[in-house]
Design a protein around this ligand. Structure first.
Ligand code: PLP
Length: 471
């Protein structure tokens, strides 16, 4: 106890630390309040260690306390949200922020966000405008729909559509479409939240149009079709087409709503990928309302896009919930930029990162992988490195069966375990995420931006050599 008291007495006061030259220096950079917090927290933590009997001798003169305060300040000021190198080959990686925006689009959106803008101001007549007008015409042009609005994300879009068109009434949906989509978006729960009553028809593997027809009654508000983005049922299956549903809807005067999930605007089979129905096709087939995400295959910011017949879009936009799920100005700016690229689909494929990555040709990937391998050629003593054939995934619950041939750089570390290597890469200055396969660390170059290759090579070098004893 005596020892502890002596050590506690040796602790400097907050003021003493504050008067230290190094700390005074930091004040300009960080501000007084946060420095005070850091000093108090550090002294508190030393005091606790002393009382727990696990502190070294306290000596204020050796600079350790100052150093510790400095580290605390650095930690407090380090951004939590950081750039990550995606070496997984999963193009729409939900945990890594889904679609990366095109550089020119994000720059222009950020620029606008730092100024006043005509977000809800009609420059034509000097009166109040609507933020929905910013992308309405573009949405109509690229999807072929009569009208459209955008909200915070597709989950919000579905919720808003069901609430505004079916609250307190029945929504008919095929049992095979009652799915959960990554990040706990469960169709039945969303419907419940929207105050709609769920009427399930058919069975898990087979649903016929007559199943829907039998379920239609007084309380029916709409017919819902959900794109089962992230799974497929094979074999003995039957699903009702959108065309059949539209015909049934017309016969009974009921709107047909389709949640497309990913919402692709370009037929990607032209570029060698699996065929996926486009938004334009749903609109053309007569769906009254179609919803989809902004940050999946569209390649834009997080958003929920709702397009369809004017009478329904008007009703949806007027519902009070629309205000709660409205899109913000930064997102709207980025979405406008992204949608504008689609005015020329070939240009969109070139300029929207998600589409460019998905359609990258194998020669380009081979060259990128080889560039990385060559940059790592000095690491022979630490690892065996090779370029191999593998498969990338689309991700984000889109095109679940698609396996796209790619090239990966495969690294077998000699002196550290592959798990240690993975951990080193993850905790580096620019974190790298890849995957482990057969004791090798695998980096799929499809999802690595060209201007990240150098940083990636440095990170790998650091992970292999910095982590080993024989440096
Ligand atoms: C991804 C998805 C959603 C949810 O969209 P978010 O933009 O993530 O909110 C809803 N429905 C389907 C079919 C989806 O694939």
């Amino acid at each position: 106890m005596e020892d502890k008291n002596r050590m506690l007495r040796a602790l400097p006061s907050v003021d003493q630390v504050l008067r230290n030259d190094c700390i005074t220096h930091l004040e300009r950079e960080y501000g007084h309040g946060i420095i005070l917090d850091a000093i108090r927290e550090e002294l508190q933590s030393i005091r606790k260690r002393v009382l727990d009997g696990c502190a070294d001798e306290v000596d204020f003169s050796d600079g350790k306390i100052i150093e510790a305060v400095r580290s605390r300040l650095d930690a407090m000021n380090a951004a939590n949200l950081r750039e990550v190198i995606n070496g997984t080959g999963v193009v729409i990686h939900t945990n890594l922020g889904r679609a990366p925006l095109a550089g020119h689009i994000s720059e222009s959106a950020l620029g606008l966000s730092a100024r006043y803008i005509n977000l809800e101001y009609d420059l034509g007549n000097g009166m109040r405008g609507s933020r929905h007008d910013i992308v309405r015409n573009l949405l109509c042009r690229v999807t072929g729909a009569e009208d459209g609005i955008v909200v915070n994300n597709n989950a919000a879009a579905v919720l808003l559509v069901l609430t505004s068109l079916a609250e307190g009434r029945d929504v008919i949906i095929s049992r095979g479409q009652l799915v959960e989509i990554g990040g706990s978006f469960r169709v039945p729960e969303v419907m419940e939240q929207g105050g709609a009553r769920l009427v399930e028809v058919g069975t898990t593997n087979k649903t016929y149009i007559r199943d829907y027809e039998k379920a239609i009654g007084e309380g029916t508000a709409l017919l819902l079709k959900v794109h089962t983005s992230n799974y497929r049922i094979f074999g003995f299956t039957r699903d009702v087409t959108l065309e059949e549903l539209v015909e049934l809807g017309k016969k009974h005067g009921l709107p047909v709503v389709e949640d497309l999930g990913s919402g692709v605007l370009i037929d990607l089979s032209k570029y060698g990928l699996c065929y996926e129905p486009t938004v334009q096709q749903s609109v053309e087939a007569g769906a009254d309302v179609v919803t989809f995400s902004g940050d999946k295959l569209l390649g834009g910011p997080q958003a929920g896009i709702i397009v369809g017949k004017r009478e329904y879009i008007r009703k949806i936009a007027k519902h009070p919930l629309a205000r709660a799920v409205r899109i913000d100005k930064l997102t709207l700016a980025a979405l406008e930029g992204t949608l504008r690229e689609y005015l020329d689909p070939d240009r969109a494929v070139q300029r929207i990162p998600v589409l460019r990555m998905l359609t990258a040709d194998i020669g380009e990937l081979e060259r990128k992988a080889d560039t990385l391998r060559q940059m790592l050629s000095g690491l022979q003593d630490y690892s065996s490195i090779s370029v191999e054939k593998d498969y990338s995934q689309v991700g984000g619950g889109s095109l679940p069966l698609e396996e796209i041939e790619t090239r990966v750089v495969s690294i077998l570390p000699y002196h550290i375990s592959v798990n240690k290597m993975e951990q080193n890469l993850r905790s580096g200055e620019t974190p790298v995420v890849g995957r482990i396969s057969r004791d090798r660390f695998i980096i799929d170059v499809r999802t690595v931006f060209d201007d990240q290759i150098h940083t990636l090579a440095m990170a790998i070098q650091h992970a292999l050599t910095g982590g080993a004893d024989n440096g």
